[in-house]
Design a protein around this ligand. Structure first.
Ligand SMILES: Nc1ncnc2c1ncn2[C@@H]1O[C@H](COP(=O)(O)OP(=O)(O)OP(=O)(O)O)[C@@H](O)[C@H]1O
Length: 366
């Protein structure tokens, strides 16, 4: 078991900088998710760890060992791909046996390991079935079995759940997490799906345009996003992000709302007069009767019932009519309907302040 460290890694494809100045470590035994929109450089990062793509500059270490000049076969990694990459005419057993066979491990030692892995993955009953004809979930289990069977130093998961239906996704992500923890295999997971990253990974690295934006535990990214990109990317419905300004006395105001921040936060937040953006998550806004004092008033323009929650879009009442719209998420079913006039109570302790130009969270640690 070893860590994986990217040190000042760049990857250029001609004119395109796919990965820029990446400094990132996946600790030994950890599962680290690389998360970001299409084209952000997450697959390229994974391919460089695998040795499928060469780094343009910088170094990748497995533990203390620099690996960036080693061929994939010399790195002791296993990969799990989104399209399973199995041999369809071989049986489940034969597919899992394959990596051992190519390394000359056969007979009793191989059978024991294959049997154990099939047991772990609940595949014992289908050992003799051809892979062709299995469900997507079962196929992906087989490819996980094939990855685990030879105890690799590192497993690289490339969008492993993207072809599965919702039920299988939920089941398999729990399964992968369980096995990864049980075997303590250092793992990197590439995904564009934040639910998947948050459910499976110990830490999540968010990338955009080839640049690492933030790395941290899921809760950390959610509660203390380092910048506007992460704030907007993590969370559904997304964080409300509104142009705002400090108006004196610790008060921050936008179009149709105003909140007073705790004095202790002001030395870090109310600095200079650069433009700011205020951020608040929908669940940190209370929706109440219009006569109750709050941080703003408005009218519900849209209500989306989600069973256990209602997502309410509120058009605030602004001085010049051009006020913000705020999304609030309240426990459901709620009494609120489109057309209701309401008062909004913002949980000011959860209100974040970002520099509008750099996008940086003024309270970010990194
Ligand atoms: N072989 C290649 N040749 C040229 N450009 C490439 C190549 N592979 C990737 N790129 C470019 O590098 C950038 C990063 O791509 P990458 O596939 O790593 O992103 P990604 O976040 O994994 O996206 P996706 O989820 O769509 O795979 C993109 O601009 C992409 O077009």
């Amino acid at each position: 078991m070893s860590s994986i460290a990217f040190v000042s890694v760049f990857k250029r494809y001609g004119e395109v900088d796919a990965v820029k100045q990446l400094d990132l470590t996946c600790d030994a035994g950890e599962m680290l998710a690389l998360l970001g929109p299409s084209g952000c450089g997450k697959s390229t990062t994974l391919k460089m760890a695998a040795g499928i793509e060469a780094v343009s500059s910088g170094e990748i270490y497995f533990g203390d060992r620099p690996v960036s000049r080693l061929a994939p076969g010399e790195r002791n990694i296993a990969m799990v791909f989104e399209d399973y990459a199995l041999y369809p005419n071989m049986t489940v057993w034969e597919n899992v046996a394959f990596p051992l066979k190519v390394r000359g491990i056969t007979g009793q030692p191989a059978s024991e390991r294959i049997g154990e892995v099939l047991q772990l993955l609940g595949l014992r009953q289908m050992a003799d079935s051809p892979v062709r004809g299995l469900s997507g979930g079962a196929m992906q289990r087989v490819s996980i079995g094939r990855a685990l069977v030879r105890d690799p130093e590192v497993i690289l998961f490339d969008e492993p759940l993207s072809h599965l239906d919702a039920d299988q996704k939920v089941q398999l992500r729990a399964e992968i997490k369980r096995l990864q923890k049980l075997r303590q295999v250092t793992s990197i997971l590439v995904t564009h799906d934040q639910t998947e990253a948050i459910a499976m990974a110990d830490r999540v690295a968010v990338m955009n345009h080839g640049v690492l934006q933030q790395v941290g535990a899921p809760q950390e990214l959610y509660e203390r996003p380092a910048n506007l990109f992460v704030a907007n990317f993590i969370g559904e419905p997304p964080m409300n992000l509104m142009k705002a300004a400090f108006t004196g006395g610790g008060q921050v105001a936008g179009a149709g709302w105003a909140a007073t921040l705790e004095a202790a936060r002001l030395p870090v937040l109310d600095v200079g007069n650069g433009a700011i953006v205020a951020g608040i998550r929908p669940e940190n806004i209370a929706v109440q009767a219009p006569d109750i004092a709050g941080e703003g008033r408005g009218t519900i323009v849209y209500r989306e019932p989600r069973g256990d929650a209602d997502v309410l879009t509120v058009a605030l009442e602004g001085p010049a009519g051009a006020a913000d719209r705020i999304i609030a998420e309240v426990p459901g079913p709620s009494p609120w309907r489109a057309g209701d006039r309401v008062s909004l109570g913002i949980d000011v302790g959860k209100l974040l302040i970002f520099d509008a130009t750099s996008g940086r969270n003024r309270e970010a640690l990194q």
